[in-house]
Design a protein around this ligand. Structure first.
Ligand code: GTP
Length: 219
């Protein structure tokens, strides 16, 4: 068991996009029947195994509603190892608001080299989709993020949800944590080659994988 402190990542963005449900799906393997608006920050944990090493992943589920974010103190931003930005594929405003969330993150001194990924949730609602994958990919590219399209609700999509956190756990695996942010601030993480995706099964290869491969080829 890893004695390192848990890898912490934060899920950020508008209310109702499914941040809480995604963390339930990843940490507990279930979709909650009912959720309440998150107040402040909720913590969930899961231990994953990567290359024979057990790593504790701690997910910080942050409130989307402004009135419940008052307790989101600087501390949380300063201590994240990775950030997961979530939008609802059936709600264009949640996608256009991403810019504000990225600015908020930057404004709280989250170092640009802390890995960030973009997650389009509620893909099970196929007839209601407002944000096309192509648009999301363009945005993800422009902000140097990988894109995952998921559904916390559909159990068939659960591998895609796992892929988000497994990819980040792989990038942040303790022995890789230091080189990711070397003394010169350069990103020397070996997984920038897209190795996380190479190890994940085909079911997880949505928009994110094609995107990752293109990025890997470009590097
Ligand atoms: N169809 C569908 N509904 C989802 C999915 N994920 C979440 N929901 C629903 O979306 C609503 C909001 O989900 P939450 O996980 O509470 O959203 P949140 O982003 O954590 O909201 P805040 O805590 O207010 O920031 C709930 O009614 C969920 O049942 C999904 O993948 N598909």
């Amino acid at each position: 068991f890893s004695t390192m402190p848990p890898l912490c990542r934060s899920t950020l963005c508008d209310s109702n996009v499914g941040k809480t449900c995604l963390t339930f799906r990843f940490c507990g393997g279930t979709f909650p029947d009912k959720t309440e608006a998150t107040i402040g920050v909720d913590f969930r944990e899961k231990t994953v195994e990567i290359e024979g090493e057990r790593i504790k992943v701690q997910v910080w589920d942050t409130a989307g509603q402004e009135r419940f974010r008052k307790s989101m103190v600087e501390h949380y931003y300063r201590n994240v190892h990775a950030v997961v930005f979530v939008y609802d594929v059936t709600k264009m405003t949640s996608f256009t608001n991403l810019k504000t969330w990225i600015e908020e993150c930057n404004g709280h001194a989250v170092p640009p080299l802390v890995p960030r990924v973009l997650v389009g949730n509620k893909c099970d609602l196929k007839d209601l989709i407002q944000v096309p994958s192509s648009m999301a990919l363009k945005f993800a590219d422009a902000h140097n993020m990988l894109l995952f399209e998921t559904s916390a609700k559909d159990p068939k999509e659960s591998q895609n949800v796992d892929a988000i956190f497994m990819c980040l756990a792989c990038r942040l695996k303790p022995r890789r944590l230091e080189p990711t942010h070397d003394a010169n601030g350069k990103n020397s993480c070996p997984s920038s080659s897209g190795c996380c995706f190479a190890r994940l099964g085909p079911a997880r290869r949505r928009a994110g994988s094609a995107h990752a491969r293109r990025r890997a080829q470009a590097q």
